[in-house]
Design a protein around this ligand. Sequence first.
Ligand SMILES: Nc1ncnc2c1ncn2[C@@H]1O[C@H](COP(=O)(O)OP(=O)(O)OP(=O)(O)O)[C@@H](O)[C@H]1O
Ligand SMILES: [Mg+2]
Length: 276
Amino acid sequence: MNDTAEPVLSAHGLVKRYGSVTALAGADLELYPGEILAVIGDNGAGKSSLIKCLSGAITPDSGEVRVHGRPVRLTSPIAARDAGIETVHQSLAVAPSLDIATNLFLGRELRRGGLLGSVSRSLDHGRMRAEARRHLDDLGIMTIQNPKQSVETLSGGQRQAVAVARAAAFGNEVVIMDEPTAALGVRESRAVLDLILRVRAKGLPVILISHNMPHVFEVADRVHVQRLGRRTACLNPAVCTMADAVAVMTGAVSPDDLPASALAQGPTAAARQADG
Ligand SMILES: Nc1ncnc2c1ncn2[C@@H]1O[C@H](COP(=O)(O)OP(=O)(O)OP(=O)(O)O)[C@@H](O)[C@H]1O
Ligand SMILES: [Mg+2]
C-alpha cells in the first residue's frame, strides 16, 4: 500500500430501499490498492446489499460507485466484470457437473484459432486446461491435481478455491468475497485464507465479508464496520481488539470513544500521519 493512494473502488452515499425497509441508508466504502478490506456488521446491517451494489447484482436508488475515481454504472454483473470487479458469492456460482477448467472459463470460453474457432466455434479445451492449471498454480492450489476433474467431486474448500481462482484470474481491479469460509472446516478455511493472502500478494485488492472475527483480524488491513445501512467506522485491526470491533458493530461503543489510532478511514495509518 502506498501513502498517496487513491481508492481503486469507492461507494458514496448508496441508498437502497425495499418498500418500507431501508437496506442501505447512505453507505460509503473505500478500497485502496493492495489491501484486504474486511466488511463486518450484524445481520441485516446491509453488507450483502452494499456488495451487491458493487458487483452489479442490484442497482442503488441513489449514490455513486467509482472505479479509480471515475463514476461507473454497474447495471448488471457483466457491467461489473467489465469494470474489473469479480465477486465470489456465498452461494458459489460453480457448475458442479462441469470440470474445473470449464468452470474457470464459464462464460469466457477460449475458442480454437482459424476456421474451426471462427466458424464452428470449437472450444480450445487443451488451452483452457493448461491455463486453468497455470491459474491454480499461480495461487498455490496444489491439492487439485487434475483440471479435468468435475467440480462436484471436489471438497468444499477445493470448490471455494476454484471460485477464488476464477475471480483472481479475471478480476483486473478488485476481488470481492462474501463469507468465503462460512461453510468450511478449519483446514479448508486455512487454505482459503492463504488464498486470499496470495490474491493480495498478486496485487489485487480484496473485499472480504465475514462474521468470523479471528479470520478478519488475521488477514484484514482495515475493517469497515457496517451498521444500520451505513458505514459507522473503519477500524485499524493492528490497534483495535476483536472486542472493540464487536462493540462498535453492535452499537455498544461509539467509534468516537476509541483512540484515533484505532480508526483507519484512509489508506493506512502511516498515510494519515503523513497527511496530517
Ligand atoms: N430483496 C429484498 N427485499 C426486502 N428486503 C431486503 C431485500 N434484501 C435485503 N433486504 C433487507 O435489507 C436489510 C439489509 O440486508 P442485507 O442482506 O444487506 O444484510 P447483511 O448485512 O448482509 O446481513 P447478514 O449478515 O444476515 O447476511 C435487511 O433488513 C434485509 O431484510
Ligand atoms: Mg449478507
